[in-house]
Write a protein that binds this ligand. Structure first.
Ligand code: GTP
Length: 268
């Protein structure tokens, strides 16, 4: 959802009730009416509105970097538990400084809003798109199989390249993006910083190979064998007739090398 107008930044310690009210009302399209049935309901709605605002980039209405980080943490946890794939894409507008220099900062802002809108139209509701920094965007795509990574990124790249951005009646601009991507490491608890770094490294490669292109890291081979996966998620061995026999128990510490942590009956 793209916000209708940029919101100003407010220092929390300077925040007054009236400012909070107008910020929350203005942030919602059409100016939301805060409930006035009771002071409690009014204040709760105000707090909810401010929390939502604190997770959003004011210029584009996308998730901000703080929100993105928490989504990445959650997704990494899910991938480590389920072994499903998740892709992180980092996208950066090419030669954006030139747009600011030639057409002014307001035109630059308009480009950022348009790119945000085009990208948000090209992803699934379950994906999270964020403005990661100045002219850099990031997307987490849960349950994105390795085989689809390149085509998803290509669709986004192509949609940006083919969408003219109207700045004023006589001026329309066309921009391109470079895209880097990396898949989350399955079965391994990594860190959000490491995953982001890997995607960022690919973005750097895309920039240095000429821009307007995509670089996605080869999905690493899982360190867990098929046999170990089935030990984690389903009985591989015939269940014992002896109810007290707990040979099939698995002890797992996912904080370290998983392959060496899976205990099989024959290891004892
Ligand atoms: N209009 C506008 N410009 C911004 C904003 N945030 C960052 N920028 C500008 O984005 C530009 C980024 O420039 P560079 O880092 O040199 O990147 P670039 O020109 O896109 O070059 P490459 O990324 O190498 O293709 C700088 O000029 C920043 O001032 C913003 O919110 N609005």
């Amino acid at each position: 959802m793209i916000s209708p107008a940029p919101l100003q930044s407010v220092y929390l310690r300077d925040l007054r009730l009236a400012t909070a009210h107008s910020l929350v009302a203005r942030a919602s399209a059409g100016g939301m009416q805060l409930p006035n049935d009771s002071p409690t309901q009014y204040l709760q709605a105000l707090i909810d509105g401010l929390c939502a605002l604190s997770l959003r980039d004011p210029l584009t209405g996308l998730a901000n970097r703080r929100h993105f980080r928490s989504v990445v943490e959650r997704e990494m946890d899910r991938v480590a538990r389920s072994g499903e794939s998740a892709l992180m894409l980092m996208l950066d507008i090419d030669h954006f400084k030139q747009i600011n220099d030639e057409h002014g900062h307001i035109a630059g802002d308009r480009v950022l809003q348009s790119v945000a809108q085009t990208l948000s139209q090209g992803i699934r509701p379950m994906d999270t798109l964020a403005r990661y920094g100045g002219e850099e965007f990031a997307i987490v795509l849960p349950m994105c199989a390795a085989a689809f990574g390149q085509s998803v990124a290509e669709r986004l790249r192509e949609s940006i390249e083919s969408t003219p951005i109207v700045i004023s009646p006589g001026l329309s601009l066309q921009v391109t993006v470079s895209i880097g991507g990396a898949f989350a490491l399955q079965w391994i608890r990594s860190t959000s910083a490491l995953w982001t770094e890997r995607a960022d490294r690919q973005l750097y490669l895309a920039k240095s190979s000429g821009r307007n292109c995509i670089q996605i890291e080869e999905p690493p081979d899982s360190t867990v064998s098929a046999e170990e996966k089935s030990l984690l998620f389903g009985p591989l061995f015939e269940p014992s007739l002896d109810d007290n026999d707990n040979d099939n128990e698995i002890e797992l510490d996912v904080n370290t090398d998983i392959a060496s942590q899976v205990r099989k009956p024959s290891d004892d």
